[in-house]
Ligand binder design. Structure first.
Ligand code: PMP
Length: 297
């Protein structure tokens, strides 16, 4: 495995960061989880926009242009001869002293890993997930902005721990007002009477790129899509529930807090959106190996 590490491509054993890096010391940094499918990097432009916006919100200057960052991602895939991958692009505040002041870190540090990921077992994609709502609330936007995909994931880790302790693979987090926000690393959708509903970004969520892609697919299919606040009641009484994320892709939920959703099987609209999503990923995003033709899986 070859990893991009701040200007160099190095083998995995050499891919190390300093113990004085503020990404490690304070979770001070931003990252992206990105996927490549069939020789293309899905929604790479959107991922780059999000990491630059997050960095801007935290006054973190990324020492590379967007075009250079795109090339870092593509070249990391090429060096690993990969056409399908899960990519982790990270920008940390860089090396400073033991004080938390970001001004002590003269230069941000960039690394990029091309690997793979399996978030949930295959069986759950066919039969659906059981999830629970947890007591850990999603970070409030006036404290740790959920729209920034920062390296500070302790909020989500607490919720994941609750899911683990509850014996289910995923947790639903509410915002501080008690409205549904999202899962620990995924966005949430419900279907009610043919309408597709997901919390708005003002609910205090990470605005997922898969979420936005699924909403776009649905609109193109003529499905009504609403971004609005809802509560656990709306989930318990929904016709369908599913989660979206780069790592998770689109996965149905069939049991929430012990309530069986509808007839306990993934719903029709969920299947339709899953199929359309898998079609979209074949055609979207820059080619990793331009001129070579798109690789087949
Ligand atoms: N919410 C959170 C908290 C996440 O960490 C993620 C993915 N990493 C998502 C939602 C889904 O976002 P995306 O579709 O862009 O991967």
């Amino acid at each position: 495995m070859i990893i991009y590490l701040n200007g160099e491509f190095v083998p995995r054993e050499k891919a190390v960061v300093s113990v004085f890096d503020h990404g490690l010391l304070y979770g001070d940094g931003v990252f992206e989880g990105i996927r490549a499918y069939h020789g293309r990097v899905f929604k790479l432009g959107e991922h780059l926009d999000r990491i630059y916006e997050g960095a801007r919100a935290m006054c973190l200057e990324i020492p590379a242009t967007k075009d250079e960052m795109q090339e870092i991602v593509l070249e990391t895939l090429r060096r690993n001869k990969m056409s399908d991958a899960y990519i982790r692009l990270v920008v940390t505040r860089g090396v400073g002293d033991l004080g938390l002041d970001p001004r002590k870190c003269p230069k941000a540090f960039i690394f990029c890993i091309a690997a793979s990921i399996v978030l949930y077992p295959d069986e759950l994609y066919k039969n659906g997930l059981s999830v629970i709502s947890v007591s850990t609330r999603r970070n409030i936007p006036t404290a740790c902005i959920p729209r920034v995909k920062s390296l500070n994931y302790l909020n989500n880790i607490y919720a994941k721990m609750e899911a683990n302790l509850g014996g289910v693979p995923e947790a639903i987090m509410l915002n501080n007002e008690g409205y549904v926000a999202e899962a620990t690393g995924d966005n949430i959708f419900i279907v009610k009477k043919g309408v597709l509903i997901t919390p708005p970004s003002s609910a205090g969520i990470l605005e997922g790129i898969t979420r936005n892609a699924v909403m776009e697919i649905a609109r193109q299919k003529g499905i009504s899509v609403e971004e609005k606040l809802f509560t656990m009641f709306d989930i318990y009484t929904a016709d369908e529930v599913f989660l979206t994320g780069t790592a998770a892709e689109v996965i149905p939920c069939i049991n929430v807090d012990g309530r069986i959703i509808a007839d306990g099987k993934p719903g029709e609209m969920t299947w339709e959106l899953i199929a359309a999503f898998h079609e979209l990923v074949k055609a979207d995003g820059p080619l990793i190996y331009p001129g070579v033709g798109v690789s087949k899986k």
